[in-house]
Write a protein that binds this ligand. Structure first.
Ligand code: SF4
Length: 427
C-alpha cells in the first residue's frame, strides 16, 4: 500500500514571492461556466441577459460539447431593443414567462448578468425578486453576474454557487459532522467519490451543486466543507457565513492529491488515517500504475502556465510531483492563499509564480524560456503554435473530468498528447 504523504512536508512555495501583474488579459468571461453548470444542475436554466456577443460566446463554447437539450439561452437586450429601463424589465418578464410556459421542467432559473451597459443598468437582483414572487413556488429565480468586467471563466461558477448558497436549507441542530463537497464535478467523478467515501465509512455526505434543485443539501455549523475546485472563494465565504467549516486540503488532482483530499475529509470526520488508506488503496494503486507511462514521457519536460482557470497551481503541483515536470512559470488569474495553502506548500521551492496578467510581458517571458509545453487559453494557443511551441488549451482541463483516482491518467494524457503530436509532426 502506498503511504499517504502528509501535507506540509516542507514549506515549498508557502512564502514564495509572487509576481503580480495588472494589464491586458486574455481570458474568457464567467458566462462560460454555464456550459458545465447546466449539465450538472439538471432542472436549472440559465438565462443570459446580454447582447448578441454573449449569445455567440455561449453557443460557441457549447459547440464543443454534446448535449441533449440546452438549458440556457440569451435574452438579447441591446440598444435596438430598448427604449428605456422600464421596457427592459417588461421585456425580461415576457421572455421569462414564455420560457417557463414552454419548459415546465425548469425548477431553478438563473438570470445571468453580462457587460453591455443596458444590462448593467438593469437591476437583475430586483428582477429576480419580482419574478420569484410571481412564479413561486413552481420556480426559484436567482441572479448572478457572468460579466467579463467582473469575472473570468471559472469565476462564473463561483458567482452562481454563491448566489445559490443562501437558498440551502438549514441543517438541524448539530449531531455528527456532515461532509459537503463543493464545486461542480462530472457525475462519473461524483459517483466514484461517493463509493470511496462509503468505503471509508462516511455515512453523511452531500455534493453542492446537487443534480436537482429540489434536493439541495443542508448547511449549518455541523457542515464540514471540502472544496473540489480551487476557484470558489465567494461560495466558501457564503457557506462559512451559514456556519460551515472549511477543511484545509489540496485539490483532488492526481493520485497523491486525491489521496490527501480524502484523508483530509476523513480526518475532519474523525476517521483514523489507516482506515482511509485501506479504503482508497486499490484505487490509488491503479492510478499510480496508470500514471507510470505518462511519467516516462513527461519527466524533465518544462511547462509554462498562462493564467486562466485558477486550476493552475494544483495542476502544476501534480505535473511536478507525480510526473516529474519542471515548472518554468505558474500563472494564475487570482491566488487565494488560504484555499491554496496546501498546494503552495507542495510546489517545488523556487517555482516562479505569477498572479494576474500583463499578456505581452508574459509572452516575452514564455518566448525567452522556450518551454516544452505551454498551457494557455485559446486566444494564445494558435499564435504560440505558429511560433513552434506546443500548447495545451486550458479550457479542456475544465471541460474534462480530471478529478479523482480513475481520472489521474486521463489528466496526465491531456499533457502527453500535445507533446506526442508535436513529435509526430517533427518526425
Ligand atoms: Fe458578454 Fe461581456 Fe462575456 Fe462578452 S465578455 S460575452 S459582452 S458577458
Amino acid at each position: 500500500m502506498s503511504p499517504v504523504i502528509p501535507i506540509h512536508t516542507d514549506s515549498g512555495c508557502s512564502d514564495a514571492p509572487v509576481l503580480r501583474e495588472r494589464g491586458q488579459r486574455e481570458v474568457f468571461c464567467g458566462l462560460t461556466g454555464i456550459i458545465w453548470l447546466h449539465r450538472k444542475m439538471q432542472d436549472a436554466f440559465f438565462l443570459v441577459v446580454g447582447s448578441r456577443t454573449c449569445a455567440h460566446l455561449v453557443q460557441s463554447a457549447a459547440g464543443v460539447m454534446i448535449f441533449a437539450e440546452p438549458r440556457f439561452a440569451t435574452a438579447i437586450l441591446d440598444e435596438r431593443d430598448l427604449a428605456g429601463l422600464a421596457d427592459a424589465q417588461d421585456e425580461l418578464d415576457r421572455v421569462v414567462q414564455r420560457l417557463l410556459e414552454r419548459r415546465p421542467d425548469i425548477r431553478l432559473l438563473f438570470l445571468v448578468g453580462s457587460c453591455p451597459s443596458e444590462v448593467i443598468k438593469l437591476d437583475l437582483s430586483r428582477a429576480a425578486a419580482r419574478l420569484n414572487q410571481r412564479f413561486n413556488p413552481q420556480v426559484r429565480v436567482l441572479n448572478y453576474s457572468g460579466s467579463g468586467i467582473e469575472t473570468t471563466f471559472t469565476q462564473g461558477e463561483d458567482a452562481c454557487l454563491a448566489a445559490l448558497a443562501p437558498e440551502l436549507p438549514a441543517a438541524p441542530a448539530p449531531a455528527e459532522p456532515e461532509l459537503l463537497i463543493v464545486g461542480t464535478l462530472a457525475d462519473v467523478v461524483e459517483d466514484q467519490f461517493s463509493r470511496l467515501l462509503t468505503a471509508m465509512g462516511v455515512k453523511r455526505f452531500a455534493f453542492f451543486p446537487s443534480r436537482r434543485s429540489t434536493s439541495l443539501p443542508a448547511v449549518g455549523p455541523n457542515t464540514r466543507l471540502l472544496l473540489a475546485q480551487p476557484f470558489l472563494g465567494d461560495t466558501a465565504r457564503a457557506l462559512e457565513a451559514r456556519g460551515a467549516q472549511r477543511i484545509p486540503a489540496p485539490f483532488p488532482l492526481g493520485a497523491e492529491g486525491s489521496a490527501a483530499w480524502l484523508q483530509a475529509a476523513g480526518a475532519a470526520l474523525g476517521l483514523a488515517p489507516d482506515v482511509v488508506s485501506r479504503a482508497i488503496a486499490p484505487a490509488r494503486q491503479r492510478a499510480e500504475q496508470a500514471l507510470a507511462p505518462h511519467r516516462a514521457a513527461l519527466a524533465g519536460r518544462r511547462v509554462f502556465f498562462f493564467p486562466d482557470s485558477q486550476l493552475e497551481l494544483p495542476l502544476a503541483r501534480f505535473l511536478a510531483r507525480e510526473l516529474g515536470m519542471a515548472l518554468v512559470e505558474v500563472g494564475t488569474p487570482y491566488l487565494h492563499r488560504q484555499h491554496l495553502a496546501e498546494e503552495l506548500a507542495w510546489l517545488p521551492a523556487g517555482t516562479a509564480l505569477s498572479e494576474g496578467q500583463d499578456v505581452e510581458k508574459q509572452l516575452d517571458r514564455c518566448r525567452a524560456a522556450r518551454p516544452d509545453l505551454v498551457v494557455c487559453g485559446l486566444g494564445l494557443a494558435n499564435p504560440l503554435e505558429a511560433e513552434g511551441m506546443t500548447t495545451k488549451w486550458s479550457i479542456e482541463l475544465v471541460f474534462t473530468p480530471i478529478q479523482g483516482f480513475e481520472q489521474a491518467a486521463d489528466l496526465a494524457g491531456l499533457f502527453t498528447r500535445p507533446l506526442h503530436r508535436r513529435q509526430l509532426l517533427a518526425a
